[in-house]
Design a protein around this ligand. Structure first.
Ligand code: UD1
Ligand code: CA
Length: 457
């Protein structure tokens, strides 16, 4: 089999995005736009050439070291962009992919490449039949065969009625492509060198030009502005949810569920409405992700329950744990197996051991909590002295009474008790009871004496 070079065209200016950021770096469901053609190219091609405009170092960096990047210094058209890639391309098949059409599926492009290889055509165009072809290049056929592509602005009234459009995805036999590109002129309404002209040049020379028509014209939707980015995101989001549902995940309300392309979820997990799961997150099987939860770059093991409205960032939760409602895990929180984190609890850079409970109204930061510990309501680790952060350690089976302040650095030993309302500034040995609060004073009959004094005045 001859080799395949994928050329990704991404030198367009992307003016209509009105952004300081290159268009192809705008995120779509958790990955930059450019990641989508790159993924297809990596699966189907032996080498990848990326054509970028000037000042696109960030795009090249994001593409990765296996990609050969070339810069198109002047934006003279898609044909001119292809010529910049020539020196980096191999013989065999050239697959052209636009940088801004993320919905093109791997299956469709695979079908195009297969057809092109089997037919040994000089060029094969991926086309789509659409209800509103305005703005696109039209595929002009004669006797059923592709004769040429005419851009919308150069089309005659009759040509404008053609509903079959050029998607901008093509396969070419390398030698034929470079020969024909040499003959392309900028004699058109925009004064650009159009890659689309290669089709007519090859057909006129008697070379075989084929078309593969997409089953789903929606795949050819491009991103030129932010409204199109949002429209494409609706489709991509639904694809992600469909993939998850097909693999055994229950999604109660797909319309209000936002799960990025970077997320994995195991079967028999249920996702309630208004959930967002983003970044590189992995969720195990048999979990319940309650309404309104927001999970970002986190790992959640099997059989975890998130009650409504938990915010989980860059954290890990082990199997059979229950969290929420309304808890906040900040980066580097680690909740152990069967642990319980309740409402209005914030964890940061802390480990909570197996079966331990932090059920209500607590802040636990820079702490290591052992197994089987009970942290009473309103317990606060005082981890910050205004300059440095300090650690709190709580041993296995310790019991921290409600409304305790643990002034770090401090250690509460295994099996120790801390009385409610304590401010703990010194280490508590294993098995001890520490009470750090003022003694209660009781004055019998005080209220009556006070009332009597008032009468005397
Ligand atoms: C292009 C096609 C059109 C097709 C449509 C599908 C041409 C002339 N026309 O039109 O037939 O229906 O896509 O969306 O190709 N590019 C460069 N350098 C340039 C110019 C373009 O790299 O100097 C890249 C763009 O980044 C883009 C691709 O080439 O990925 C197509 O260019 P664009 O300007 O978007 O062409 P369209 O007008 O959309
Ligand atoms: Ca375009």
């Amino acid at each position: 089999m001859s080799q395949v070079t994928a050329v990704i065209l991404a030198a367009g200016e992307g003016k209509r995005m009105r952004s300081r950021q290159p268009k192809v770096l705008h995120p779509l469901c958790g990955r930059p736009l450019i990641a989508y053609p790159l993924r297809t190219a990596r699966a189907l091609a032996d080498r990848i050439v990326l054509v970028v405009g000037p000042n696109a170092d960030a795009v090249v960096e994001r593409a990765g070291s296996d990609v050969r990047a070339v810069v198109q210094r002047e934006r003279l058209g898609s044909g001119h962009a292809m010529l910049q890639a020539q020196a980096e391309c191999g013989d065999g098949t050239i697959l052209v992919l636009p940088g801004d059409m993320p919905l093109l599926s791997f299956e469709t492009i695979g079908r195009l490449v297969d057809h092109h290889r089997k037919s040994r055509a000089a060029a094969t165009v991926l086309t789509a039949v659409v209800p509103a072809p305005q703005g696109y290049g039209r595929v002009v056929r004669r006797g059923g065969r592709v004769r040429r592509i005419v851009e919308d602005r150069d089309a005659t009234a009759a040509e404008k009625k053609i509903a079959e459009i050029n998607t901008s995805v093509y396969c070419f036999a390398a030698a034929k492509l470079w020969q024909a590109l040499g003959k392309v002129s900028a004699d058109n309404d925009q004064g650009e060198y159009y890659l689309t002209d290669v089709i007519g040049i090859l057909a006129r020379a008697g070379a075989r030009v084929d078309a593969v028509v997409t089953q789903d014209p929606g795949e050819a939707a491009g991103v030129n502005d932010r409204k199109q980015l949002a429209a494409v995101a609706v489709v991509q989001r639904r694809r992600i949810l469909d993939r998850l549902m097909e693999s055994g995940v229950t999604i109660l309300d797909p319309a209000s569920t936002y799960i990025e392309d970077t997320v994995t979820i195991e079967p028999d997990t249920t996702i309630h409405p208004h959930v967002t799961i983003e970044g590189p997150s992995a969720i195990g099987g048999d979990c319940v992700i309650g309404p309104g939860c927001h999970v970002s770059a986190s790992r959640i093991a099997e059989r975890v329950t998130l009650l409504p409205y938990c915010v989980i960032r860059e954290s890990a939760i082990d199997e059979d744990a229950t969290l929420g409602p309304f808890c906040h895990l900040r980066p580097l929180a680690h909740v152990g197996p069967k642990a319980k984190i309740g409402n209005f609890v914030e964890l940061k850079k802390s480990t909570i051991g197996r079966g331990s409970k932090v059920p209500h109204l607590s802040y636990v930061g820079d702490a290591t909590v052992g197994q089987g510990v009970n942290v009473g309501a309103g317990t606060i680790t005082c981890n910050y002295d205004g300059v440095n952060k300090h650690e709190t350690k709580i041993g296995d089976r310790a019991f921290i009474g409600t409304n305790t302040s643990l002034v770090a650095p401090v250690t509460v030993g295994e099996g120790a008790y801390v009385g409610a309302g304590s401010t703990i500034t010194k280490d508590v040995p294993p098995g001890a009871l520490a009470v750090g609060r003022a003694q209660q004073v009781v004055k019998e009959g005080w209220a009556a004496r006070k009332a009597k004094k008032r009468e005397e005045h």
